[in-house]
Design a protein around this ligand. Structure first.
Ligand SMILES: Cc1cc2nc3c(=O)[nH]c(=O)nc-3n(C[C@H](O)[C@H](O)[C@H](O)COP(=O)(O)OP(=O)(O)OC[C@H]3O[C@@H](n4cnc5c(N)ncnc54)[C@H](O)[C@@H]3O)c2cc1C
Length: 426
């Protein structure tokens, strides 16, 4: 009997467990999933909570209920991995043996890592929508906001769903229009990137959209501290942004247990893996899926979905004593809400920038162009998340590798851009 231990029962861990359960017979392979709690959060839904479109209870379900029969769920916290005895050590001191271990522990938010962020204004005039408590408190504050300056700030990269802060900005523009007070509210988007997004071509078109919506873009702004008495966000190069209401996306890191496991992680506790095979560069029987991996792709649920089959084939190879050969191409697919019932869609991979065209083929959804169809598809995505993505189903007509058909590739920039710009020394 072989054992697979999956650390984390979020997007990547759940779909990996379900796919692996379908792949291996129960008599051959035991599958254990470990997570610290039983609340599975549909994180893309957090975007809509501040605007009163969704509530916390609309986007949370039992983790255990998302797992197929024949998967053992442990509500516990992983303390570290002992790669030499091939055991995952839990918080209480007990441990689970593995022949293959899949790390799907995502990323953690570190608001405490930014000086002053957790000061007297936290949850009063400074919020994040990246967790349910912050998103819910922000809904109350936005509801009462009639005039003044809102600053949306990405503290540092990498973050999960790098388009979500932009979507928040577009939705804020729409929300205050609807309330009839948009002329009395100024909106500023501050980012450590040199433009609106990580990918140059897309960054330019999203930058134009910010301009059209009269949002001030402040690039190259690496947040050093927040002074909540003076209502100022400061950058390392000495600039200061005054705010009446600030929405900050905190610094992200990998799970702390990665740092407690010798040789497993990088300086930010993301797991060092081969970007194609997802296999740890230190331990051949360990893999990472989703946000936990240090690959140069966006941290997004779509990435975990497209990685799923590669992971199953490579875990299978390791259990058979063969070198993994299935390769992930870095495929990312993201709907970007732009407000007023519209969204645009971007699709790219390690080597190919987002380009205009259609997805997944010439007759599909428009790429890099606002449309109502994309907005409807974004709203329908929650249904697909619970009923297709988490159960580990393929989407008919949508391959895991990025499709080239329908894309306007001529003249597109094909350079590879690293996903993170994080400067650790800060
Ligand atoms: C506001 C917002 C909007 C987003 N919008 C989109 C979108 O539109 N499209 C998209 O594709 N993606 C989106 N994302 C990103 C997406 O939600 C994540 O990329 C995805 O959930 C990553 O899956 P994961 O399994 O790697 O991590 P998670 O789903 O975060 O799961 C990690 C799990 O590991 C567990 N864990 C961590 N440490 C331990 C430990 N020591 N012991 C036990 N368990 C542990 C955690 O409890 C957690 O359940 C969004 C995210 C946010 C915050």
């Amino acid at each position: 009997m072989k054992h697979i231990v999956i650390i984390g029962g979020g997007t990547g861990g759940t779909l990996a467990a379900n796919r692996l359960r379908r792949h291996f017979a129960e008599e051959e392979v035991v599958i254990d999933v470990v997570d610290g709690n039983d609340d599975h959060l549909y994180q893309p839904g957090l975007l809509f909570i501040p605007f009163g479109i969704l509530n916390h209870e609309d986007i949370v379900r039992s983790r255990t209920a998302q797992l197929h029969e024949g998967i053992r769920m442990h509500i516990d916290t992983v303390d570290h991995i002992d790669p030499h005895s091939h055991r995952v050590v839990l918080g209480g001191g007990s441990s689970l043996p593995y022949d293959a271990c899949v790390i799907a522990s995502g990323s953690v938010l570190l608001p405490q890592a930014t000086e002053g962020l957790l000061g007297p204004g936290w949850m009063e005039s400074v919020f994040t929508f990246y967790d349910p408590v912050g998103a819910t408190a922000l809904a109350r504050s936005l509801g009462a906001f009639q005039h003044g300056r809102i600053v949306i700030d990405i503290a540092d990269m990498p973050i999960k769903c790098p388009v979500a802060p932009l979507e928040f900005t577009f939705l804020a523009d729409w929300y205050f229009h609807e309330k009839g007070v948009r002329d009395d509210v100024s909106i500023t988007f501050a980012t450590p990137l040199s433009g609106a997004f990580t990918k140059p071509v897309c960054s330019t078109s999203l930058g134009h959209l910010l301009e059209e919506k009269h949002v001030e873009l402040v690039p190259d702004f690496l947040c050093s501290s927040v002074d909540e008495d003076r209502h100022i966000i400061a950058s390392y190069d000495g600039r200061e942004l005054p705010y009446d209401l600030a929405v900050v996306v905190p610094i992200h890191e990998g799970a702390p247990f990665v740092g407690r496991t010798e040789g497993l992680g990088d300086a930010l506790n993301f797991v060092k893996v081969d970007p194609a095979t997802l296999q740890s560069t230190s331990y051949p029987d360990i893999f990472a899926i989703g946000d936990a991996a240090d690959i140069p792709a966006s941290k997004a649920g779509s990435v975990a979905h497209f990685e799923g089959e590669v992971l199953v084939r490579n875990v299978d190879a390791v259990l058979r004593g063969v070198a993994p050969s299935a390769a992930f191409d870095g495929h990312v697919n993201c709907f970007v809400e732009t407000g007023f019932g519209k969204a645009l869609l971007i699709d790219y991979n390690y080597d190919q920038e987002p380009v205009p065209g259609h997805f997944p083929s010439a007759l599909g959804l428009p790429l890099m162009k606002e449309s109502r169809m994309n907005h409807v598809a974004k709203l329908l995505f929650q249904w697909f998340y619970w009923h297709g993505l988490l159960p580990g189903r393929e989407i008919p007509g949508i391959p895991d590798a990025m499709p080239l058909s329908g894309k306007q590739l001529v003249g597109a920039v094909q350079e590879r851009v690293p996903a993170g710009t994080r400067r650790k020394e800060h």
